[in-house]
Design a protein around this ligand. Sequence first.
Ligand code: UDP
Ligand code: MG
Length: 329
Amino acid sequence: MVDLSIVVPCFNESEVIDSFHRAVLDALRPTRLSFEVCYVDDGSGDGTVERLRALARTDPRVRYTSFSRNFGKEAALLAGMRMAGGGAVVLMDADLQHPPELVPRMVELHRQGFDQVIARRDRSGEGAVRKAFSRAYYRLVRRFMEVEVADGAGDFRLLSRRAVDALLCLPESNRFSKGLFSWIGFDTVSFPYENVERAAGSSKWGGRRLLNYGIDGLLSFNSRPLRLAIHTGLWLFVSALLYALWIVGNALVSGVDTPGYATLITAIVGLAGVQLATLGVIGEYVGRIYHEVKGRPHYVVRETERGDAAPAGAVAAGGRAAQHAGRPS
Ligand code: UDP
Ligand code: MG
């Protein structure tokens, strides 16, 4: 077993892969650790997989898995962790925003007995708007989520073998890894580093994608939005009741009055809005249930460093697809 596996999800990173690989080798050479680098090509269309093939030919420590299409970073991380055989696993981005120089320090902390070592980036060099949004989001998440998620603590971290094994036991297909990391627990330590701009290429996280990621995060780790819907409904009911009492009382005291058209419309529109929003919240959860129930594998493999992939189910699904194996077709 190697000491260390480095897991690298890559989506259209052909421009940086080579310099990334060199940086990793440079950073790890002084440590004398035995290691492997597990690249996951997340269905890139820019020749990333050719670069990986070339690397694997020249360096036996390079392993890779290539997906049949883009399945997202979470799926890529999962594939990488399944591939990794090391005693510790470091997850890092291919764009050199996660400085490889920090890896020896992470290994050092791991030796001191920590199961998760997180390199936490500060937010220097980020736009003011994005900074403000991220701050607000993390404040919200801390209030609502059942697990602890720290600002700047992303996917750049070292996980011990048992932490990785724990993560691989979580079968859900909506994977919000920030939440999963914190859900598994274990002794965790973090240290800050200065944020770096990506080396080349462009970020795949536009505003919309980030917003959806944020919603995913909130929904996949708690059912409090549903509780909120119940509370809102109850309060509305109580206020409607009070209002009705007031109307009746008013009619008794000062005679019958034609109730206002405006009040009626306001009440209808307001209530309809609340109902629609609540339905939306419920729908989100039902959608998630539907998604989970289908039990599809998280990704489909096109090829690995050992050649073309075996039939999709056997490689990609850690057992769940096998449940369908006996079904008549
Ligand atoms: N990535 C991926 N699949 C995706 C999007 C991104 O594997 O669908 C990888 C990407 O190649 C990079 C890492 O995830 O190694 C982080 O992506 P990016 O740099 O675009 O995100 P940012 O650093 O802006 O958060
Ligand atoms: Mg990046």
